[in-house]
Design a protein around this ligand. Structure first.
Ligand SMILES: NC(=O)c1ccc[n+]([C@@H]2O[C@H](COP(=O)([O-])OP(=O)(O)OC[C@H]3O[C@@H](n4cnc5c(N)ncnc54)[C@H](O)[C@@H]3O)[C@@H](O)[C@H]2O)c1
Ligand SMILES: CC(C)=CCC/C(C)=C/C=C/C(C)=C/C=C/C(C)=C/C=C/C=C(C)/C=C/C=C(C)/C=C/C=C(\C)CCC=C(C)C
Length: 598
């Protein structure tokens, strides 16, 4: 039996048979592998790209795979992967796990110390806080669109979920109070009560939402940039595909106006869109609006026991179990490009890592202005930056409060705009509030609740301040919001506070590595629905983007879809999934032409 070489991650290049004993040479990571005593738990030969479990003397199980090219590469001090993913937001994690389960050799690099990005968590004084939204779409066990459940299941994970009876409780101008109940009939009956003259309009608008959702939910969701898959779906389900093609260039506001005349009801639809897109209905793609409006009643909103951050942790664990690798505190400084082809990345510590494909989960602004040379931005990206701009960021407050300050049966999620509809999109005017401990008490010390409050804010408000001015500004904004919540919902809130920490757009920029702390892209004008949103391939060969600055945009479920699409396209380009070069070229040109229409 031949001597074997292994990299730090136990990459083994040789053919082995059952019970072969072999010696390994470990790399710099300091993994203590005994020189003998390792053996396969599985028989059969170790073939290229095949995963095996190796059992060491009293060691954990390791996944290994054969990579014949590793020997030469390692000798010159470089590593080679099939794919490197920059960033472990939900988009990056889903792309990485979907590749790993296809036996693609993938390395995920995350600059922070835990996975999840905006969907991560942090702990303080016995509280476990969700960094971003606590409203989880796509997390049921029904249909095809439950992309969070599916992403976990792909790596053998299933989480315990707590159903949320009310997606959100709206507190809007002129006393308009709407609870979005889990059951669709209960929700629309609230709207009928307030707008009896608009019953037909309500049925018409929500009816169109359901047509879109049902079409989406009937497809197997994969890369819309892969022509063989697309063709297959058209043949299997022509009606659903044509429905989606019809709605692809449309926005929710225009469709709402076909059915509804009442200005207050139209403002309400704006609020529904604003909470997921940070723009009004006229600028929100119909497919995205329909997706969230219906999924909350179809699969329902479900909260994972232990907090949203657990999802990313489970995916990261699943990634490693399936042969992928993840490195934390790995801050990518630049993407290495040779002859307009991405060939790897360089970390801030100078280390270069090479791969056949590079996937960036950083925003497109970060990818094309920081990780790549801004002055060489491809025309396609310039076009994107003309049609889409950075949305504002959020000012967020994480609080711990005594439980008695919340009235009995308080809903988990609230959205508040007190006075004037025209202020819907103005900074600090709307308040988003989640109280995840209403569903999962384990997130706070006994007798306490978590309040996660956020409001739209621009980074410019926080630039150029001294440390004292910056802190004082954060505290003043937080005081003002707490006062508003005292008036509207919870008298005595300030006195009942046991913990409070405020974050500004600068906090988002710093911890989430998002340019200006942006929540994601928003259309610069009235978009043609989703037509102008870029998919995963880029103008740089072998470089892909994933996450919320790709189709279909912001939202955990949306970036999960982006991850699924990205992995499928990358796998096709690596030859792991079916593809056809001529059809690929044709579709890519067609999609580029579509984008010029947007
Ligand atoms: N506070 C909020 O509520 C909030 C804010 C923004 C986004 N979001 C939501 O989060 C989701 C976005 O998910 P996503 O997957 O697009 O991205 P993400 O922003 O969640 O994750 C990106 C990850 O990439 C890492 N990263 C960035 N640059 C890097 C570099 N150079 N080297 C190494 N790592 C790097 C970041 O640390 C982060 O973990 C969406 O659901 C969006 O709606 C929520
Ligand atoms: C050729 C071509 C291209 C085409 C043809 C046709 C077709 C086939 C098409 C298809 C299409 C598709 C499949 C599509 C898909 C889509 C999807 C999936 C979408 C999704 C979306 C989602 C979303 C947007 C989501 C979102 C969400 C969010 C953002 C959330 C958030 C939340 C929050 C913030 C919370 C709030 C809170 C309070 C109130 C407290």
């Amino acid at each position: 039996m031949a001597a074997l070489a292994a990299t730090t991650s136990l990459e083994i290049s040789c053919v082995l048979t059952r019970n072969d004993v072999f010696s390994v040479r470990t790399g710099k990571a300091g993994i203590a592998i005994p020189r003998s005593g390792l053996r396969f738990s599985s028989g059969a030969e170790l073939k290229q790209r095949k995963r095996f479990r190796v059992l060491g003397n009293g060691q954990k199980n390791f996944s290994v795979r054969s990579t014949q090219s590793m020997m030469e590469k390692e000798d010159v001090g470089t590593e080679e992967y099939d794919a490197i993913v920059i960033g472990s937001g939900m988009g990056g994690l889903v792309a990485a796990t979907q590749l790993a389960i296809r036996n693609v050799k993938v390395l995920l690099l995350e600059k922070y110390v835990i996975p999840g990005g905006s969907s991560g968590y942090y702990k303080r004084d016995g509280y476990t806080f969700d960094v971003g939204s606590s409203v989880m779409f796509g997390f049921s066990d029904k249909g095809n669109i439950n992309l969070v459940t599916r992403a976990l299941a792909a790596v053998g994970r299933k989480m315990e979920l707590i159903p949320d009876p009310t997606t959100v409780h709206y507190h809007l101008p002129h006393g308009l109070s709407i609870q979005v109940h889990r059951k669709f009939e209960d929700f629309v009956s609230e709207l009928y009560k307030r707008f009896p003259h608009e019953k037909a309009g309500i049925d018409g608008f929500f009816g169109e939402c359901w047509s879109v959702f049902n079409a989406l939910n009937s497809l197997e969701l994969k890369s819309l940039e892969e022509p063989l898959y697309l063709l297959g779906q058209f043949l299997k389900n022509p009606l659903a595909c044509l429905t989606l093609a019809y709605y692809l260039p449309q926005n929710a506001g225009a469709i709402a106006r076909k059915h509804i005349k009442d200005p207050e009801l139209l403002c309400y639809i704006d609020a529904e869109c604003f909470i997921v897109s940070t723009v009004d209905a006229l600028r929100t793609p119909m497919i995205n609006c329909a997706m969230v409006i219906c999924d909350r009643h179809y699969g329902g909103i479900n909260y994972p026991v232990g907090g949203v951050g657990r999802i990313a942790v489970q995916l990261a664990e699943g990634l490693v179990e399936n042969g992928g690798q993840i490195q934390y505190k790995a801050n990518v400084k630049s993407i290495l490009v040779d002859n307009n082809k991405a060939v790897g990345v360089q970390l801030v510590n100078g280390k270069k890592i090479y791969a056949k494909k590079v996937i960036s989960n950083a925003t497109r602004w970060d990818t094309f202005e920081k990780l790549l040379n801004r002055s060489e931005m491809p025309e396609r990206e310039r076009m994107f930056q003309k049609s889409y701009k950075k949305s504002p960021s959020f000012f967020s407050i994480h609080m711990g409060v005594k439980a008695e300050v919340l009235p009995k049966d308080t809903d988990c999620h609230h959205f508040i705009l007190e006075d004037d509809w025209s202020k819907l999109q103005e900074p600090y005017r709307t308040v988003f509030l989640s109280i995840p401990t209403v569903l999962d008490k384990s997130l706070a010390p006994e007798g306490h609740h978590i309040l996660h409050i956020f409001t739209v804010a621009w980074i410019d408000d926080f630039e150029g301040l001294t440390r004292e001015e910056y802190n004082a500004k954060k505290e003043a904004i937080a005081d003002d919001i707490v006062e508003r919540l005292e008036k509207k919902l919870f008298p005595g809130l300030k006195a009942a506070t046991t913990f409070r920490e405020a974050g500004s757009p600068k906090t988002h920029r710093r911890f989430l590595a998002r340019d200006d702390g942006t929540y994601g892209p928003i259309p610069a004008g009235i978009p043609k629905g989703l037509l102008g949103m870029p998919f995963n391939t880029t103008a740089v060969d072998s470089l892909y983007c994933v996450g919320d600055s790709c189709f279909p945009g912001q939202g955990v479920i949306a970036v999960c879809f982006s991850g699924v699409m990205c992995a499928h396209r990358v796998a096709a380009d690596l030859g792991v999934e079916k593809s056809n070069v001529i059809l690929d070229k044709g579709l890519s040109n067609l999609l580029a032409w579509f984008r010029t229409l947007a």
